[in-house]
Design a protein around this ligand. Structure first.
Ligand code: GDP
Ligand code: MG
Length: 442
């Protein structure tokens, strides 16, 4: 996987003072293979690699980051860039209703997305109207009505007298109806075919011309991989669109489609759909997708969070402690746990770090309530005990448990866990694990 590849590249880069041409080439090769495996289209991969190489060569050697982190940072930044940089939001019409039209192949997830979008917009105090302009399949209208009911958003559907059989007429009347009934947003669901065909394109183009949408969204299934690029291009030529909604991101697609579509069509990805439920929907965040494509943990975010959260001197103190021959004590343990806690949910945090399985298990078992208990226990120890927990025998354990309002078992558990951490720290000091400057225990 991409994750494995990049992790191994980065591991081999570890410890080097700066990036050599060889390093850059080797890294570029791995990233290239990895992107191809993630289904990113070849021309996009080529250009991406060229940019990474150029930047890696030109980059000043950062004091704050080691070479591996530096490459991660560059790759991450370039991925975010190629995915569109900022999150793009809906452009609302000056004079309501804002008309949003959905286009895409059958099964892409348009109808589902219509419901999700309606629900999402309604939650922001909008009054959307769903429009059933897919009259191709017998059940399409009913499907939208079901979705509308779940989203608690009204559906405009063809009835005798309002243009049965003609999706263009339905769409046109829906917009008129929205004006009268004060719907500030109209979401037009349209028909799709299994493959791109001229008739379908023409119908979508006719609907477009009838309602002149403020936003046309091309809805595409992220699972279709390389094919997504061709479909995206065909819809761009046939109907045109302002932005893309990527669906089925809950599947195991790596997101290569996202990268390719954005790059090849120049259209931003606006929404991400991640499941069958109406709530499985959000604005598309390029930075999150970049992490997903890297799938190696959002190391950069971690570094940044660490830099923000830690008092600098705290970090330095811990770093010099780590570098020194002094042993890791319970006081350090306490400090380390609370530093890690400041970074956010502990379980997630270590999941962000590649190769952190062992440490993760250690700290994963610590939740906030645990942490209060641990703090109380360590505070109930004498300074001598904190420096040398081997002193803590049965009677001391009882005294500490009573003093901290915990059980003797809690005290023993903590001491055991501490010895494990201490052992791990010794191994790490001896270079047993990928290091991160300024990260306690990493
Ligand atoms: P349409 O033909 O473009 O209108 O596509 P539909 O909205 O009918 O969706 C086709 C199928 O994909 C349905 O079974 C949906 O439940 C499913 N679907 C849509 N979006 C998602 C998604 O984000 N994740 C998953 N897992 N399934 C989805
Ligand atoms: Mg549909």
């Amino acid at each position: 996987t991409l994750s494995d590849r990049l992790t191994s590249v980065f591991t081999s880069l570890r410890g080097k003072g700066r990036l050599s041409e060889e390093d850059i080439n080797a890294t570029a090769r791995e990233i290239r293979l990895a992107l191809l495996e993630a289904d990113v289209a070849l021309p996009v991969v080529r250009e991406f690699i060229a940019r990474i190489k150029e930047r890696a060569r030109g980059e000043e050697v950062s004091k704050a980051l080691n070479p591996a982190q530096q490459v991660i940072k560059i790759v991450n930044e370039e991925l975010v860039e190629i995915l569109g940089g900022e999150t793009r939001e809906i452009r609302f019409a000056k004079n309501p209703p804002t008309v949003i039209m959905l286009a895409g192949l059958q099964g892409a997830g348009k109808t589902t997305l219509a419901g999700k979008l309606a629900r999402w917009l309604a939650a922001e105090r909008n009054t959307p109207l769903l429009v059933a302009a897919d009259l191709q399949r017998p059940n399409a209208v009913t499907q939208l009505q079901v979705v509308g009911e779940r989203a608690k958003v009204p559906v405009f559907a063809p009835q005798p007298g309002n243009g049965v059989g003609d999706p263009v007429e339905v769409a046109r009347e829906a917009v008129e109806h929205a004006k009268r009934a004060n719907h500030n947003i109209v979401i037009v669901d349209t028909a799709g075919r299994l493959g791109v065909d001229a008739e379908m394109m023409q119908q979508a183009a006719d609907i477009r011309d009838a309602v002149r949408p403020d936003e046309i969204l091309f809805v595409v299934d992220a699972m279709i991989g390389q094919d997504a690029v061709n479909t995206a291009q065909a819809f761009l030529d046939g109907v045109g669109y302002d932005a893309v909604a990527l669906t089925k991101l809950d599947g195991d697609a790596r997101g290569g489609a996202a990268l390719s579509i954005r790059h090849i069509t120049g259209r931003p990805i606006m929404f991400a759909s991640t499941g069958e439920k109406l709530e499985d929907f959000d604005l598309f965040h390029p930075d999150r997708m970049a992490s997903r494509i890297l799938d190696m943990g959002d190391v950069l975010t971690l570094i940044e969070q660490a830099q923000r959260t830690f008092e600098e001197d705290e970090v330095n103190k811990m770093a010099s402690k780590m570098a020194s021959d002094e042993d890791f004590t319970l006081d350090d343990f306490l400090e380390q746990i609370s530093m890690v806690r400041k970074l956010g949910p502990i379980g997630n945090l270590l999941g962000m770090m590649p190769g952190m399985g062992q440490m993760r298990e250690q700290i994963n078992n610590v939740d906030d309530r645990d942490l209060d208990r641990i703090t109380a226990i360590i505070r109930s120890m004498t300074p001598a005990e904190r420096q040398n927990p081997k002193l803590i025998n049965g009677s001391r354990r009882l005294r500490i448990a009573n003093g901290s309002g915990t059980q003797v078992g809690d005290v023993s558990g903590l001491v055991t866990r501490f010895f494990e951490a201490q052992k791990m720290m010794r191994q790490m000091k001896n270079g047993g694990m990928p290091g991160m400057p300024g990260m306690p225990g990493m």
